[in-house]
Design a protein around this ligand. Sequence first.
Ligand SMILES: Cc1ncc(C[n+]2csc(CCOP(=O)(O)OP(=O)(O)O)c2C)c(N)n1
Length: 667
Amino acid sequence: MQDTVSADRVTHSDLANAVRVLAMDAVEQAKSGHPGLPMGAADMATVLFTKFMKYDAADPTWPDRDRFILSAGHGSMLLYALLHLTGVKGMTVEELKNFRKLDSKTPGHPENFMTPGVETTTGPLGQGIATAVGFALAERMLNAEYGSDLVDHYTYVLASDGDLMEGISHEAIALAGHLKLNRMIVLWDDNGISIDGPLSISDSVDQVKRFQACGWNAVRVDGHDPKALQRAISRAQKSDRPTLIACKTTIGYGAPKKAGTSKAHGEPLGAEELAGAKTAYGWGHAPFEIPDNIRDAWAKAGKKGRRQRKAWEERLKALAPETRAEFERRVKGVRPEGLAEAIAKLKDRLIAEPQNVATRKASEIALEVITEAVPELVLGSADLTPSNNTKTKNLTAISPGNYAGRYIHYGIREHGMAAAMNGIALHGGYVPAGATFLVFTDYARPAMRIASLAGIPAVYVMTHDSIGLGEDGPTHQPVEHLAALRSMPKMRVFRPADAIETAEAWQMALERTDGPTTLALTRQNLPQVRKEGGAKNLSATGAYELSPANGQARATIFASGSEVEIALAAQKLLEEQSFAVRVVSVPSLDLFLAQPEKVRREIIGDAPVKVAVEAAVRFGWDSVIGPDGIFVGMHGFGASAPYKDLYKHFGITAEAVAEKVLRTHNL
Ligand SMILES: Cc1ncc(C[n+]2csc(CCOP(=O)(O)OP(=O)(O)O)c2C)c(N)n1
């Protein structure tokens, strides 16, 4: 392995060994972490970063850089060592010494919001490779819009056995293969070892054949042979398909006893193995010490893309000012100015011509306007386009080899869709909105959790949001999903009551740039309950008084979505009996609960009886109505029947609400 990369005779092995020892030393110092992967994959990473990556450590967010996704997030020290050695600002040796410590830039698994140069949060196996599909797709889509002068880069992934065993990998590679995302190159750390032992105890898939069957180019190489790696990556760059390079490696490469065993996977090597590995590398330096010539050679690799970046900046400057400003706005994730005005106009139009439609249809009405005002919004569905109402007339779908379009048919791949959406958003230039039935958020949830954790502004259009979907029955009727999503930190959930609240929810979702939003929408038609339009977004506090009491309120009925209609009908029934009641619409319970106490108190009010109506489980509502409050909703799974029968069967009716209010009041 004497591949000289610079005049001062630093070899490939020197460079790779620098990565290895930093990872080993950091894990040893932290007394926790995963040394085996960095030791085994250092040759792959070194070839990639010194020979291929279009990368300038001085600006790790340059829009036309190549992306490197460490899907096997447990090997985080590999990435931190690379960022340190190439000279990313802030990635000091102190940070490596603080590996896995509070507030360091070197957390246990990579987090894009903690560490400069980390493209996405990884750790849950399979997420990285699936997110990379979104990166690679966004690159091609932005290329179709702005041309190769501005957008022309690769997405490289380093994936482990675990990444490829996870089910999500199949959704991801099938989608990438179908779409012919030839800028996506996966280096698989084929070391045949996982935590429980050799892979052979639990797996016998021929991954090369699997990828080939999914439309990929797939080859096998020796993952410790830099020349072979170089040849394979060069060939992959020219392929008309995405490429898997199965790189045969040894986990814990160089460790005398632990190499090639699961003992090298997830614990410090220990003094003896550490010393033995360093001897095997011919490495005689103190912990964390890198000789100057090797440090210089790595720093040079970190500047490899500088000229390309400068040339790119010149091309950007040469653009027509409007094109340039729009490109910059989009890659920075700044929302267009016209959105609020477009929504205000739509609301006025809805007041003039009320729409008694399902909120999924109301969403489509809003999207007709929004897709014009927000050109970076890219919609899609996991094969439920006609049910989710996400494809407005002005959108065309992308297809294999043709990426000019704003609609993505993700196929029946909810998890793959949500992960790809993360990649599309993190790549920059687009806001992704993807759709399925609310009940199937369970199939997408791990990627939605990454979106929440990593602060990714994705929008989930989740229709068929309750027993209101009717005949498809309990397998399709979400009951616990609203509570589950509301409990996820940083996830925002809207369940609008009518066409106006739906427009407001879309506005909130798109104005948000620091996290995801779920829109829970109905299949069944709903009356338009809002009487006022205008620029003020009443949904912005999560809840507001929709219908005041006629006199001193003796009860407040809180409701969301389709049950607001029921709350209003109950109010009418009660007022007919001279019982004054106010109705509070709660389009976003989680957003409401996040309001300052004063706002919450004012909206909750002081009427003695509090009722919540929602065709879902009670979990979460006690924060509004208290443990003694009345809850009218679901207490178990739904059933298969026409939806009006189901509402009666489960007692979610205006009569039931009114009766319970009166009974409680008379106690
Ligand atoms: C979804 C998920 N399940 C389980 C884990 C825990 N885990 C971390 S690494 C790993 C498997 C290790 O095998 P491999 O992917 O081959 O990595 P290597 O041993 O080569 O480092 C597991 C099960 C995880 N991180 N993500």
